[in-house]
Ligand binder design. Structure first.
Ligand code: WTA
Length: 656
């Protein structure tokens, strides 16, 4: 090891004094939650939400692992997100500064949302949607996406948002599984400077297949690009016409706390996507609580921006429900970060004075690759807290994010959670925690996390150790099941540590001597080289700490001698283009050996121009493993760009 105390993973950053002085979350929260966890959650539910009938119960775990939170309470999600802010006199507050990719903008106030959500709820109701019916939403990042979700919530009709980058088949699979009665979509949206049609995918998805009709009776179509669309009379309706024709006021449906709010599909280890079910009272409590405390939200002054897409859980909880429950002002952006120029995000931060920014490590590394000159021309001094989510953030990216975007000043909170957890589970609190780059650090107050070994023994406190991440107590935002598949729910999350009754997250983690948690990636991505457990993330992090590397993906390929050998795929930074691949490969192998240990030295390093990623930005290591093991490459249909694998293979054979 050649690490010294000045290397990023060894630096620490205490909270800035001014931020700590005015922070909404203080260290008292930990103490309160530790004293009486359920009373703590009861207080959060009562203070953060407005109930039609206030709950007297907190948790009912008698039918574990099927939880009930706040079961005797009643409320409406949309009324909590919108109506109560208008009633409190904040109707003129901006809910969204929306920015279209071509440069058009819309300012949506809470009063605007109130008017539109009521009309949309009436329009859905006019089309036959009833409380309890599922509605699929397949929309680009436009304000109507938020209105559509809230209109469903207002009716108590669970929404199932399907990422608009998914194929017609993927949409059909999800519509069928959820038995959705309606789809809300658009003619198209703007991506990479071009209008991209969406309606044709809906038309294809809803065709009768093998004699089986889709369950969808109505399609509402938002007009965004004004491109030509095919029309099915009787089934298709323009959103703007339906809303104009609908009654302007709508009484929100008061539902029980455990009424389903949404189903969101996520991929599992098998091919069939899982419909993750979230209900109303508990999910909203955790959404509001985490958004307020992790982002130190001051709704009167903050301008918050989450760069995710509403098609993912991050968009659900941290674009829609969390911010709106808290009465926040948010930025919402339709397009890609490099359209029309690579500094688009920084223009937006500057224009709107964004104070809190939330994005993924893959995006941060992309910005690193593009170079910091693109950032330095913009005034980003409004930023106060930066967040990261989606994958382990390597210390290099963490420190770059803090230094270049955060002006060497802002806390960076690395937030660990999952579609299944509903909201953030492990994260620093920006006004409290002394930060360690690359560590998600500590469970939030009210959340119980352990790192355990194969047999489920909790790793001893005060010692460094690695194992599996488990959640040892139920939490309000937890999934209530997999839609229509109770057995899969038990098997996937509750069977690995059945005796202890713990939730198995599927992630590996290390706990350091201070008790801070470092995520190591999915457990299926942990490699075993000569009996040593090495995380793909650890090696990737070492590779990107080299000045020539922009991005890296590492897989364990089977090896006759060592069990697995480490194979790395790297994208070089602009400055290293043209370097001799053989010598750079050797240099990087040595670099990893130096950074981690010779046992972590990659067997091979391939220089590539792109990595295979899903549409949500996750690297598909399975495909790289196929390449590394010289097998035919498996199913590429969930890649954002299915041609990437062919180009990687072509590049490799050219280099052989
Ligand atoms: C990974 C996204 C390390 C993890 C909110 C988890 C993370 C999976 C982090 C869930 C993080 C998410 N550090 N790993 N801060 N955040 N993950 O369902 O493997 O799309 O199990 O939810 O992403 O992904 P999902």
């Amino acid at each position: 090891m050649t690490q010294t105390a000045t290397e990023p993973q060894h630096q620490t950053f205490p909270p800035p004094a001014d931020l700590a002085a005015g922070a909404v979350a203080t260290a008292d929260l930990y103490e309160e939650a530790a004293t009486d966890r359920l009373a703590f959650w009861g207080r959060q539910a009562n203070e953060l939400l407005t109930w039609d009938t206030a709950p007297t119960q907190v948790l009912d775990w008698s039918d574990a692992p099927f939880a009930k939170w706040f079961a005797d309470g009643k409320l409406n999600a949309a009324a909590n997100c919108v109506d109560r802010h208008v009633a409190a006199g904040n109707g003129n507050r901006v809910a969204f500064h929306w920015v279209g990719e071509p440069g058009d903008t819309v300012t949506v106030t809470y009063a605007d949302l109130h008017a539109q959500v009521q009309r949309a709820a009436n329009a859905l109701s006019d089309l036959g949607v009833r409380t309890g019916d599922r509605v699929a939403i397949y929309l680009p990042m436009i304000p109507e996406a938020v209105v559509a979700m809230l209109a469903c919530a207002r009716l108590g009709a669970p929404h199932s948002v399907v990422f608009s980058g998914f194929s017609a088949q993927a949409l059909r699979d999800r519509v069928d599984d959820a038995q959705a009665v309606a789809v809300i979509t658009a003619d198209g949206g703007y991506r990479r400077g071009e209008p991209a049609p969406l309606k044709p995918a809906v038309d294809a998805a809803l065709e009768t297949k093998d004699g089986v009709e889709s369950t969808v009776k109505a399609v509402l179509v938002v007009q965004r690009t004004k491109g030509e669309v095919a029309w099915t009379q009787g089934r298709d309706h323009w959103w703007h016409e339906a809303l104009a024709a609908a009654a302007p006021t709508h009484e929100p449906v008061s539902v029980e706390a455990e009424h389903p709010l949404f189903v969101l599909y996520t991929s599992g280890s098998t091919g069939k996507p899982k419909g993750i079910l979230h209900t109303t009272g508990g999910y909203l409590t955790q959404a509001a609580y985490t958004h307020r405390n992790v982002f130190d939200l001051h709704p009167e002054t903050d301008v918050y921006w989450c760069g995710a897409d509403i098609g993912w859980v991050t968009g659900h909880t941290y674009i829609v429900y969390g911010p709106l429950l808290n009465g926040a002002t948010s930025v919402m952006y339709e397009g890609t970060p490099n359209t029309p120029t690579q500094d688009r995000w920084w223009q937006i931060v500057e224009t709107y004075g964004v104070t809190k920014l939330y994005t993924a490590p893959t995006t941060i590394r992309t910005f690193m690759k593009w170079g910091e000159e693109l950032v330095s021309g913009h005034d980003l001094s409004s930023l106060k807290v930066l967040g990261s989510v989606g994958e382990p953030i390597n210390p290099e990216a963490w420190t770059w994010y803090r230094r270049v975007i955060g002006g060497d000043r802002t806390p960076v909170v690395d937030t660990w959670w999952q579609t299944e957890t509903g909201g953030i589970m492990i994260s620093a609190l920006p006004g409290v925690t002394t930060l360690k780059p690359g560590s998600a650090q500590v469970p939030l107050p009210g959340i119980s996390v352990e790192v355990v070994d194969d047999e489920g023994r909790v790793l001893p406190a005060g010692h460094e150790g690695a194992g599996y991440l488990v959640l040892t107590e139920p939490w309000p935002g937890m999934l209530r099941g997999i839609w229509g598949d109770d057995e899969r729910y038990r098997d996937t999350y509750w069977s690995r540590f059945r005796d202890q009754g713990w939730y198995f997250a599927g992630d590996g983690a290390r706990r350091d001597a201070d008790g801070d948690v470092w995520l190591l990636g999915r457990v299926d991505d942990v490699m075993n080289v000569s009996g040593h457990r090495i995380s793909t993330t650890e090696v990737e992090s070492a590779l990107v700490s080299h000045s020539s590397v922009a991005e890296a993906a590492v897989v364990g390929a089977s090896d006759p001698t060592t069990g697995q050998g480490i194979v790395a795929f790297v994208i070089l930074r602009e400055s290293a283009h043209g370097a001799d691949p053989a010598s750079i490969g050797q240099e990087l192998r040595n670099h990893v050996a130096r950074e981690i240990s010779p046992i972590a030295k990659p067997r091979q390093v391939f220089v590539v121009s792109e990595l295979p990623k899903t549409r949500s930005g996750k690297i598909m290591r399975r495909l790289l493993r196929d390449v590394a093991e010289d097998r035919q490459v498996g199913d590429v249909t969930t890649l954002a760009d299915s041609s990437v694998m062919a180009s990687i293979q072509a590049g490799m054979s050219a280099g052989k």
